[in-house]
Design a protein around this ligand. Structure first.
Ligand code: HEC
Length: 414
């Protein structure tokens, strides 16, 4: 008995469940992180003297779900530790754990299919896997050194920001020279997201533990822990939108498949960071009663519009069917192409994404999907593993249009 369809099915479920879990915990993480950034920027000094005497530096009032809330932030540490203190770290850790598991199941386990595009860089899967892991670890190490060494002085934050940006640009360029476009985009996102979680794991949470240990020991609290945690937390804020774009980009072949795909990635990430900056500043201007910092949002949207215009396809004349090609002939030819270029990965034993193309009926019933993936998006064959030619793609296009022409109504010619 052949178990491979069952295994493939089980694997698809693993993929689906991990992805589901990953999105859920990521929403919890980014949601709480957005909430605290908003909270921090929206607090106002308390009017009540009793609160000020208690050490409260900022408070706000909010209504949500029918209840009234009054969060208060202490200027320093509270005079005594409460019995129940809520921590926020499992959101971050579980996002990283599910994300890394998904990355392993999809990209590392199938490195030959997903990580490698032989037309970009032809190398063995083992080497590509090591390089991918190297990106995750390497970026963290470099980023961490930059934060620790360059963050001092008046322009420390700006210098750190500029250096991180330069490293992200370089990493994006390098990833796109080494990996399949789809994998490269995801990897750059994963590398930044890994550093976001590492910030929580190595700096923010340990810093908070040290503060609490000092409080329990009755020792003075070193403010450096708070400052370091804040620095990393701010970086995480600006990484969020770029990372989310990188995570979603794998659905859009025209973005990661562009010849200058690294620049596409960098520009969209810049747009994300600019838009995030607008929201961060807007919380503050709103409290201060000042006009919203629209320039940031406009800049972010302008960059996005620029990319949209840049990537727009050149309008192509509708491919007129060569008179000698009847729909039946086109179908026979299309079938031959699909047999040679697609069936390897789409058959009864191996049906990626449940798509099977090994019989004429199956091909007919998937005509729209085949056209989408092989002609419009050029996402298939995966990383062009079977070396389909442009002429063959064009043939698939003509075949698809011949099937549409038949459905569009009665034929005009007798
Ligand atoms: C080297 C293996 C391989 C080859 C060759 C290949 N595919 Fe695929 N195909 C895949 C994989 C892997 C997926 C699942 C991609 C994913 O998970 O996003 C897939 C998915 C698809 C899908 C579903 C896409 C979706 O997101 O719904 C279609 C349609 C498809 N392929 C069509 C084709 C066509 C047409 C060809 C030939 C021109 C082809 N494939 C050649 C591996 C391959």
């Amino acid at each position: 008995m052949d178990f491979s369809p069952v295994l493939a099915y089980a694997f698809d479920w693993l993929n689906l469940l991990l992805r589901w879990a990953h999105v859920i915990v990521a929403i919890a993480w980014i949601g709480s992180s957005f909430y605290f950034v908003w909270l921090d920027n929206t607090l106002t000094p308390p009017e009540d003297k009793a609160l000020r005497d208690k050490g409260v530096g900022g408070e706000l009032w909010a209504v949500h779900g029918g209840g009234f809330y009054n969060p208060q932030k202490y200027a320093g540490v509270p005079p005594k530790l409460p019995a129940h203190l809520h921590w926020f770290y499992w959101e971050s850790y579980s996002t990283w754990l599910t994300g890394f598991a998904l990355f392993t199941a999809l990209y590392l386990f199938n490195a030959g299919t997903f990580l490698i595009d032989k037309t970009v860089h032809d190398w063995p899967p083992v080497a590509a896997i090591h390089a991918a892991l190297g990106f995750l670890v390497g970026f963290w190490l470099i980023y961490d050194v930059i934060c620790r060494t360059l963050g001092k002085g008046k322009h420390g934050d700006a210098i750190v920001g500029a250096c991180i940006f330069a490293v992200v640009v370089f990493a994006s360029w390098l990833a796109c020279q080494l990996f399949a476009g789809r994998a490269a985009f995801l990897l750059v996102g994963a590398m930044m997201a890994t550093s976001m979680s590492a910030n929580v794991f190595f700096w923010i949470i340990p810093g908070q533990r040290k503060v609490i240990a000092s409080m329990k020991a009755g020792e003075p609290v070193d403010p450096v822990h708070g400052q370091r945690g804040k620095q990393r937390s701010v970086h995480n804020t600006y990484f969020t939108l770029p990372v989310l774009f990188a995570m979603l980009s794998n659905h859009y072949g025209w973005a990661y498949g562009h010849p200058q795909n690294w620049l596409v990635l960098v520009l969209i990430m810049v747009a994300g960071a600019l838009i995030r900056q607008f929201f961060v500043l807007r919380h503050k201007t709103e409290v201060a009663g000042k006009p919203a910092p629209w320039a940031w949002a406009v800049a972010g949207v302008a960059v996005l519009l620029g990319v949209i215009v840049w990537l727009a396809p050149q309008p192509q004349p509708r491919q007129a069917a060569v008179p000698s090609e009847t729909p039946a002939q086109l179908f026979t030819q299309a079938q031959a192409v699909v047999q040679q270029r697609c069936v390897l990965c789409h058959n009864a034993q191996l049906a990626n994404k449940g798509v099977m193309l090994h019989t004429p009926d199956l091909l007919q019933s998937h005509a729209q999907q085949v056209y989408q993936q092989a002609v419009v998006l050029k996402a298939m064959p995966m990383n062009n593993a079977t070396q389909i030619t442009e002429a063959e793609r064009a043939l698939l296009g003509r075949w698809f249009q011949s099937t549409q022409a038949g459905q569009a109504g009665p034929k005009s010619s007798p």
